[in-house]
Design a protein around this ligand. Structure first.
Ligand SMILES: [Zn+2]
Length: 295
């Protein structure tokens, strides 16, 4: 089944909650980048978080770039999201596999690192994009996104992100939830939520048992306290094209392009998000230089 995200209100709007099944999205990322277990889990969790954050904070043509830059072996993780529910991303070092941690889970913290930062740049169609940045507080990513929302956006939240990787590196399930506390939420509701979160199994485990995003919201709040507002498809999608790369090349110094023409007799551009390659012949490069001059 295709991936989708569900938006809901709980306790008469005291909480806003989102849940997503992103299994196909993370599978696509795993295939494009040939990620090994720890890289799949970390990139997957960041993809899930970006789907949730984009839905919670973007509208219309809005887009965002999430960067996780820790001191672990993965290097940087970069994910782009938008208001239409598509994401694309990559991790600097995709062949990372580590021994399981003391909870017998994939060691995401060990792969990401514990020192570094998480940044979110939002382009809301205004003049300047807005960037919020926080230091990493955990490296497991769920807590780091929770901290980002509290610190940078002043929204008390709970974030659950989870990817189940099979022994052969394929993805069995991936998903997550985001709960935002609205102003005026009562202590009673917050206490209930805390208790529920304490006992909640991992999202990927619940999904392995066949639970849908709707079921997970019901498990969090009980049927009578949750109101489903919307359900929308989400997916991994790369919108790169030869034209876009040509535009990017046009902004390079002319000497660089001349060098590609004279020394390399052409150029190949690689898309980090989907690994597609675009080849430019000498003639095409000359055309790029000519067009850049005319602008
Ligand atoms: Zn691409």
């Amino acid at each position: 089944m295709s991936d989708y995200l569900v938006k809901s209100l709980a306790y008469d709007g005291q909480l806003r909650a989102y849940a997503v099944d992103a299994t196909q999205t993370v599978r696509q990322a795993q295939e494009y980048h040939d990620t090994w277990s720890a890289a799949s889990a970390a990139l997957g969790r960041t993809l899930v978080a970006t789907l949730l954050l984009s839905e919670a904070s973007l509208k219309g043509e809005g887009k965002m770039t999430v960067k996780v830059n820790g001191d672990g072996p993965l290097g940087a993780i970069v994910v782009d999201g938008n208001a239409n529910g598509t994401v694309k991303g990559y991790v600097q070092h995709s062949h990372i596999h580590l021994p399981l941690n003391d909870k017998h889970k994939i060691d995401v913290k060990g792969a990401v690192g514990t020192t570094g930062f998480l940044s979110v740049t939002k382009d809301l169609g205004l003049k300047e994009p807005f960037t919020g940045q926080v230091p990493l507080v955990s490296g497991e990513l769920g807590e780091d996104f929770t901290y980002y929302l509290a610190k940078s956006e002043q929204i008390p939240s709970a974030v659950g992100l989870s990817v189940f990787v099979n022994d052969d590196n394929t993805i069995q399930t991936a998903g997550g939830f985001l709960i935002q506390v609205m102003p005026g939420a009562t202590d009673e509701v917050l206490t209930k939520l805390e208790e529920r979160l304490k006992d909640l199994p991992l999202v990927s485990e619940m999904m392995r048992e066949g639970l849908t995003p709707e079921d997970i919201l019901v498990k969090l709040f009980d049927e009578e306290n949750v109101e489903i507002l919307d359900k929308k498809p989400v997916a991994y999608e790369c919108d790169c094209s030869k034209d876009r790369f040509a535009q990017a090349m046009a902004s390079l110094p002319e000497a660089n392009i001349e060098e590609m023409i004279k020394e390399d007799h052409g150029a190949t551009a690689l898309c980090h998000f989907c690994n597609r390659e675009y080849h430019f012949s000498e003639d095409e490069l000359r055309e790029i230089v000519k067009n850049a001059k005319e602008k």
